[in-house]
Design a protein around this ligand. Structure first.
Ligand code: P6P
Length: 355
């Protein structure tokens, strides 16, 4: 029988790899794991406690019951605002940077999170997820600033996700491999179940919303035909799996091999930059993919190298097996020069606008 290792024990063991760490980093990962346990509990009961949809009911604390994504957003904030480990937070649910309340000490990390990605799937009982990433404070002074949040993914200290599916799993990396933990609800502990996850060399799946294929660029359409074995050297087709919940699609491809892509387009449905949020989805998953031997690109280059300009900026995303993502980049370079020009101009305008 494999040794039973809780996520707390694993984080402590990882901490020994960084002798200079004060333990604040490990403590912060515990806090995130605890938030995940509480969200997991509410997610599994969502249909039962009337959290679905806003309601006039009030819970035992006298607070109005909220939709699950707002519950998750509040939960992560309240678990982390007083710990003295963070200098700021940023959430997909909040337009601006979230300061640490004045009555609490600040720390040296910024936590960015999408509290419940895919929340439109909650009402139909499809897996959903929480995505988080952690940057180190680089600005002067005690309070965090946008400068601390808007750093390239290469500088991430840690990133991870929780997938609330048939079981609840937390997957994280602190820069030393990707490790997965499965929640044992009977003891309320995340137990190590997938140590040092590596993207399998042979991909099994491709994940994209082909309902929007008419908006895609010629290169992306031809790349999709290549994945299906119709274009090019007639490879064995990959199976198409698209759950419409990013964390669930990413998690399956991480474990079984595959590529997820949400391309930009020229028909202005999602602007040239597509739909994925750089700071709350793409950076975190790109960091994990890189740590697991995979690769994440915006179609032009590595997502980890993008200098962010806005908390809510979007990027196209091709993520998974390196050889598949590189092939997507080749198709785009060869057939989508117009899009590349429009996307590059779009990003340059963003840079200028953000000053
Ligand atoms: P579409 C969910 O809303 C989400 O942000 C991701 O979880 C998911 O991958 C994507 O959007 C689905 O988008 O346009 O295919 O419905």
């Amino acid at each position: 029988m494999a040794p039973i290792i809780t996520i707390e024990r694993h984080i402590l063991d990882q901490q020994r790899l960084y002798p200079d760490s004060t333990g604040a980093f490990s403590q912060m990962l515990y806090d995130i794991a605890l938030s995940a346990k509480i969200i997991a509990r509410e997610t599994t009961r969502a249909g039962l406690v009337g959290i679905l949809g806003a309601s006039d009911d009030h819970n035992v604390y006298g607070e109005q019951q909220q939709k699950l994504d707002l519950f998750a957003n509040d939960m992560i904030f309240k678990m982390n605002d007083h710990t003295g480990r963070l200098c700021a937070m940023a959430s997909e649910e909040n337009d601006t940077l979230i300061p640490i309340p004045a009555q609490f000490k600040t720390g040296k990390y910024v936590l960015l999170y999408d509290p419940l990605d895919g929340s439109s799937n909650i009402d139909v009982n499809v897996s959903i997820g929480t995505i988080f990433s952690v940057h180190r404070k680089i600005s002067k002074g005690d309070q965090g600033t946008l400068e601390d949040a808007l750093q390239p993914g290469r500088r991430l200290a840690a990133a991870g996700y929780v997938v609330y599916g048939s079981s609840t799993m937390m997957v994280y990396s602190a820069g030393n491999g990707v490790h997965g933990f499965t929640l044992d609800p009977s003891v309320g502990e995340f137990l190590l179940s997938h140590e040092n996850i590596r993207v399998p060399n042979t991909a099994k799946y491709y994940s994209a919303n082909q309902g929007y294929e008419k908006y895609w660029t010629p290169g992306v359409r031809r790349f999709t035909k290549w994945l299906q074995g119709i274009e090019g050297e007639g490879r064995e087709p990959l199976a198409h799996r698209y759950i419409g919940s990013l964390v669930a699609d990413f998690h399956r491809n991480l474990l079984r091999g595959g590529i997820f892509y949400y391309p930009g387009d020229m028909q202005k449905r999602t602007e040239p930059a597509g739909k994925m949020r750089l700071m709350f989805e793409a950076q975190a998953l790109a960091f994990l993919a890189d740590q697991a031997g995979g690769y994440a690109s915006d179609g032009v280059g590595n997502i980890l190298d993008i200098q962010p300009h806005d908390l809510h900026q979007r990027v196209p995303m091709f993520i998974g097996n390196r050889d598949l993502v590189v092939t997507a980049e080749t198709y785009i370079r060869n057939y989508d020069q117009d899009w590349v020009k429009a996307y590059t101009a779009f990003r340059e305008k963003q840079a200028v606008f953000s000053g």
